[in-house]
Design a protein around this ligand. Structure first.
Ligand code: FMN
Length: 346
């Protein structure tokens, strides 16, 4: 029997995919000049050549002040956007689609990455722990004022516009994994007393304003939103008021015009984290829903057959198996992921 992930997917007025297998966004840090390189073209093209339906790029930083990582691509200028054209052409030549992940790290950063200015956040309290990127404590952020926020949303909207102008099929707005928007969602981090902190509505306001700014700049049928209400962040962790947050945020995203949602969990077990969230989200979300993490081919197919997911995301399996889709087609065994594989872009 054909694996259900191998069936085509067509969204009304939206993405048309030859199958339901998505390569998750994965930062690889092979872009010291913040441009997409020829090696990056070959890396993404290889996954497309072997059948990926949709590729989500690694996080692409929307503005220098939004960076927090070593050697990651930016999309703050037209030249940076243009550098993706060969990647997009190669992926399209193999019949796959590609979306650009728009990324603002917020306080998961350090002045070393933001051009010497403090990173920004919902709060002025630094993230705990050491930034593995530069082995220094995370930088002390500057809490965004209400007046600053439209500027940040402008970076995101401009980045989205640039991405679509060079031919990306969609953009993915990263609102998860503890980065900037999540620093507003998360009651453990957001310590504000203004209209962007406190209640569920207030903590969702920053993200919803950002979504509105992006949707004013690009068509809604080209926007995927990524959320991670339950994830592994130094241990398994749910938003403290998960049910109330989902009950407000998910319909609000739909109301805003978003039609594609990706529920992720960083690197945790799916069933303990995003899979559980997806069971809460699906009844509230008539649009495209994608998710995954650590799933087998059989589990991914079951999530589709049972109606929880429309598309299944695979991250590490795609690093270890550029031919992942062929292996799913033939039932061949997958090469296990090893962190050593991150040293090379192949
Ligand atoms: C090396 C690596 C880099 C990642 N970088 C990103 C990223 O840039 N943006 C993002 O949203 N998620 C990122 N993730 C998370 C993945 O998209 C995915 O959600 C996670 O790996 C779980 O899926 P998996 O079990 O199939 O690997 C990264 C994961 C890995 C392993």
């Amino acid at each position: 029997m054909t694996n259900a992930m191998l069936t085509p997917y067509r969204q009304e007025d939206g993405l048309e995919l030859k199958n339901r297998i998505v390569m998750s966004a994965m930062t690889r840090s092979f872009s010291p000049d913040h441009l997409a390189s020829d090696a990056m073209r070959a890396y993404y093209a290889r996954r497309a050549e072997h059948g990926a339906g949709l590729i989500l790029t690694e996080g692409v930083v929307v503005h220098p002040s939004a960076d927090g990582y070593n050697d990651v691509p930016h999309i703050a200028t037209d030249a940076q956007a243009q550098s993706w054209k060969p990647v997009i052409a190669a992926v399209h030549a193999h019949g796959a689609k590609i979306a650009c992940q728009l990324w603002h790290c917020g306080r998961i950063s350090h002045e070393d990455y933001t051009g010497g200015v403090p990173p920004v956040s919902s709060t002025d309290v630094a993230a705990s722990g050491v930034n593995r990127q530069n082995n220094k404590p995370y930088g002390t952020p500057r809490a965004l004022t209400a007046a600053d926020m439209p500027v940040v949303h402008g970076y995101v909207a401009d980045a989205g516009r640039r991405a679509l102008a060079v031919g990306f099929d969609a953009v993915q707005l990263h609102l998860g994994h503890g980065y900037l928007a999540d620093q507003f969602f998360d009651a453990r981090i957001n310590d504000r007393t203004d209209q962007y902190g406190g209640s569920v509505e207030n903590r969702c306001r920053f993200a919803l304003e950002q979504v509105a700014a992006l949707l004013a700049a690009v068509p809604a049928n080209k926007v995927i939103v990524r959320l991670s209400p339950s994830r592994d962040m130094g241990g398994l962790y749910d938003w403290p008021d998960l049910d109330a947050m989902l009950a407000y945020l998910i319909p609000a995203l739909w109301q805003a015009g978003v039609r594609m949602l990706d529920v992720s969990c960083a690197r945790a077990d799916y069933y303990q984290t995003s899979g559980r969230v997806i069971r809460l989200v699906r009844p509230m979300w008539p649009g495209l829903l994608m998710g995954g993490a650590s799933l087998t081919a059989e589990q991914g197919a079951q999530e589709i057959t049972d109606g929880w997911l429309d598309l299944v995301t695979f991250g590490r399996a795609f690093i270890a198996n550029p031919d992942l889709v062929r292996k799913i087609e033939t039932g061949a065994e997958w090469t296990p992921f090893d962190t050593k594989m991150l040293a090379e872009l192949v």
